[in-house]
Design a binder for this molecule. Structure first.
Ligand SMILES: *Cc1c(COP(=O)(O)O)cnc(C)c1O
Length: 396
């Protein structure tokens, strides 16, 4: 049997190669941070990590993790409800709720699991899920597992959302679902308008704060801070794998009864292992740090503003962004690949995105800014973009 299947797989892989879509992984041999070493020996400045607050190599988080490793061991060898809950897990859940101004929190191994396990336990075929077309793959998969009626509106299009809400009056309960920040453009979901429509058409809201938590809002509390809606959104999901230290772990936080029911029925929670004690302890230390100081968020916001203004001054076409994601528009798939390659030669690690990840003719290089970047890093990136941009005729 395998011989035929092997041939089939080889054909599939070849067609991915031929389409120019085969993904090769670059191997990092240093900690994740602004200046990293890759396996070729090259040192490059990293502008493509989700390390928004620069915490991936934070001494405070590493020390908190080491302490928990010594005191609480390596792993939990259990799901939460059998014997996988330490005080650390409960404390982290409280800290997350405190950070977002919500009632309770449930931890998962990843936000992919949080999103995969949130819809099916809460809604059924009598209900409606109304989803933004650019929502994350994990939301799309989670919705697939749920029997609710599905509606989809084009990215951040409030007229179309309103049409969906009108149609969904036929269902019992309505849940609008959106990413907080859309990862390809860096735009923030218009949560103020979504909230107004939800009020008008009697719907609930879920926001995935994966790219917005720690980033959006003056103190990085996410979209609910930005739009002054703290405590008013029924469900938030998020990750510990991006701004919050970048290790692993996800969560759903929101209304008490929702979290309670998820603990009873959410399959990725009931049938998958607890996060390790050291990850929970580092998370606690991280939220304690957030409560003490706004230094990292301030630095991230200043860095982003600086980088975007310098890139615009150099003549680049930058998508309007309200996050730490900066899309340098090139409109040509090949050019985006070529430019990313040339930038790597200059010691700047960025990635070109093109169809099918973004619409045809909207190819770009995505730059992700971090509080871990120093001004000299940003200047070096702008200088490299300017040099290569001129060489390739992107700017004059
Ligand atoms: C990264 C991301 C996830 C997945 O988070 P993990 O914790 O890595 O599984 C989910 N949703 C959105 C919007 C994301 O950007």
């Amino acid at each position: 049997m395998y011989k035929d299947f092997q041939q089939h797989l080889q054909n599939e892989l070849q067609s991915i190669q031929d389409a120019g879509l085969y993904k090769n992984e670059r191997i990092i041999v240093s900690p994740q941070k602004a200046a990293i070493q890759v396996s070729t020996g090259q040192e490059v400045l990293n502008f493509c990590a989700n390390n928004y607050l620069g915490l991936s190599d934070s001494p405070q988080l590493i020390n908190a993790a080491k302490k928990a490793l010594d005191e609480r061991g390596f792993g939990m060898s259990s799901v939460r409800f059998i014997c996988g809950t330490q005080d650390l897990h409960k404390e982290l859940e409280k800290k997350i709720a405190g950070f977002f101004g919500t009632e309770d929190t449930i931890l998962y191994a990843a936000c992919f699991d949080a999103n995969g396990g949130v819809f099916e336990p809460l809604l059924n075929e009598q209900d409606a899920i109304i989803s933004d077309s650019l929502n994350h793959a994990s939301i799309i998969d989670g919705v697939r597992l749920c029997k609710a009626q599905r509606y989809r509106y084009p990215n951040a299009n409030m007229e179309e959302l309103e049409n969906c809400l009108k149609l969904a009056q036929a269902q019992r309960f309505r849940l609008i679902v959106t990413d907080g920040v859309f990862s390809m453009d860096g735009n923030v979901a218009p949560l103020d308008k979504i909230y107004e429509l939800a009020q008008k058409y009697n719907a609930m809201i879920m926001v995935d704060e994966s790219h917005s938590a720690g980033v959006v809002g003056k103190t990085g509390r996410g979209t609910t801070e930005q739009f002054d809606l703290r405590g008013k959104i029924e469900i938030l999901t998020g990750t510990l794998g991006k701004a919050f230290g970048g290790a692993i772990g996800g969560f759903t936080t929101g209304k008490k009864e929702i979290i309670d029911l998820l603990r009873q029925r959410s399959r990725p929670y009931l049938f998958s292992n607890s996060i390790p004690p050291m990850v929970a302890a580092a998370g606690i230390a991280m939220f304690d740090m957030m409560a003490r100081t706004n230094e990292l968020q301030d630095k991230l916001h200043a860095n982003t503003e600086y980088f975007v203004s310098k890139m615009k001054a150099a003549g680049f076409d930058i998508k309007p962004t309200q996050s730490a994601i900066c899309a340098v528009m090139l409109y040509d798939a090949k050019l985006s690949q070529q430019m990313a390659d040339r930038l790597l030669d200059e010691g700047i690690y960025v990635v070109g995105f093109y169809y099918p990840v973004v619409p045809k003719d909207l190819a770009r290089i995505r730059v992700q800014i971090s509080a871990g970047h120093e001004k000299e890093h940003l200047d070096k990136a702008v200088a490299a973009f300017t040099k290569i941009g001129k060489e390739l005729g992107v700017i004059q």
